[in-house]
Design a protein around this ligand. Structure first.
Ligand code: DOR
Ligand code: ZN
Length: 345
């Protein structure tokens, strides 16, 4: 039985780091595991300008400290009125790596998001022209659509037609949760890929709702029925390069999760790689972890692969029930569980 597993150092292609005290608390967890991360721009106010992204990048660098070589890759938050020139200049200057599309109202801090995809046609055209990736929160927000169908309907109503209009646009469908998305991405051309979270590979809606409501399993897109989780698990076993790691680690204070109207988000950063390793081992495809975690993402983004490595050892990891530093009280993914693998420090 393998006792250690050494892989090329991974990157996290979808991450929420927040700001202020929360940023200081959570950023070191990611920097310990990953060389780079695509940092989501859904702050209050959202990151819509080059100046805001550059300043946020500095705060992230300060939060991980001078000894860390962690590299935050910044994103621009698309609004109905964002200036295509600002977006393009930010990409050309190396401040923005990608743009993030939040349909307005779809999730945390998405109120300033896009109300109608056609309103950003000029931005999308420009992005396609310069090869700037579009990162998509793929859910419709119409009140008449059941929350469990929002991702599937987004593919039909929004993403499919948008890709028809912009065939050269590079798109990452983020945090996919359905067999429909797996099929959509597989069937698409070379310009579309998807990220998969550690938690959507492990939980389905029963984990959230059976035996009591479990707010720490609540995220968006919400976990679906078991067959969808199985489709995600199946695709990672194939080593298909269109699918790669993106944790969507999204910390919220415990009181905001354990509330009458709890926030969406699972804080997986402290145990992300260990969680993926647990899943890949269960699926008997540990040899596919390196491609998924460390190679498919940079290749899709056209960025260099990391040269160094990390080592996981099978020494077991007892995940704390809480991470309460005084800065914030957080409940990590796998709280109170024992995982098989531990990332060597
Ligand atoms: O669960 C989620 N939390 N999904 C998102 O799309 C946003 C995120 C957050 O920022 O809390
Ligand atoms: Zn997210």
């Amino acid at each position: 039985m393998t006792e250690t597993l050494t892989i090329r150092r991974p990157d996290d292609w979808h991450l929420h780091l927040r700001d202020g005290e929360m940023l200081k608390l959570v950023a070191p967890y990611t920097a310990r595991q990953f060389k780079r991360a695509i940092v989501m721009p859904n702050l209050v106010p959202p990151v819509t300008t080059i100046a805001a992204a550059a300043a946020y990048r500095e705060r992230i660098r300060a939060a991980v400290g001078p000894d860390s070589d962690f590299e935050p890759l910044m994103t621009a938050y698309l609004t109905d009125t964002i200036d295509p020139d600002e977006v393009a200049k930010g990409f050309e200057d190396g401040v923005f790596t990608a743009c993030k599309l939040y349909p307005a109202g779809a999730t945390t801090n998405s109120d300033s998001g896009v109300t109608d995809i056609r309103k950003i046609d000029a931005v999308l055209a420009r992005m396609a022209e310069i090869g700037m990736p579009l990162l998509v929160h793929g859910e419709v927000v119409s009140a008449d659509i059941d929350i469990f169908d929002r991702e599937k309907v987004f593919l039909e109503r929004i993403l499919g037609p948008t890709l028809d209009r912009f065939p050269d646009l590079k798109v990452v469908l983020e945090h996919i949760t359905t067999a429909d998305s797996v099929e959509f991405v597989k069937a698409g051309g070379s310009k579309i890929a998807a990220t998969i979270t550690a938690h959507h590979l492990r939980i389905d809606r029963n984990d959230m709702l059976v035996g009591g409501i479990r707010p720490h399993m609540y995220c968006l897109p919400v976990a679906k029925r078991r067959q969808h989780k199985e489709a995600l698990r199946e695709i990672v076993t194939t080593g298909d390069p269109k699918f790669f790691l993106g944790t969507d680690s999204a910390p919220h204070e415990r009181h905001a999760k354990e509330s009458a109207c709890g926030c969406a988000g699972i804080f997986s950063a402290p145990v992300a790689l260990e969680s993926y390793a647990e899943t890949f081992e269960e699926l008997d495809c540990l040899e596919k972890l390196e491609g998924f975690a460390s190679e498919h993402g940079p290749r899709f983004y056209g960025l260099p692969l990391n040269e160094d490595t990390v080592t996981l050892e099978r020494s077991g990891l007892d995940v704390p029930a809480a991470i309460d530093s005084g800065r914030a009280d957080l409940t990590p993914f796998h709280a109170g569980e024992r995982l098989s693998w531990r990332l060597r420090s």
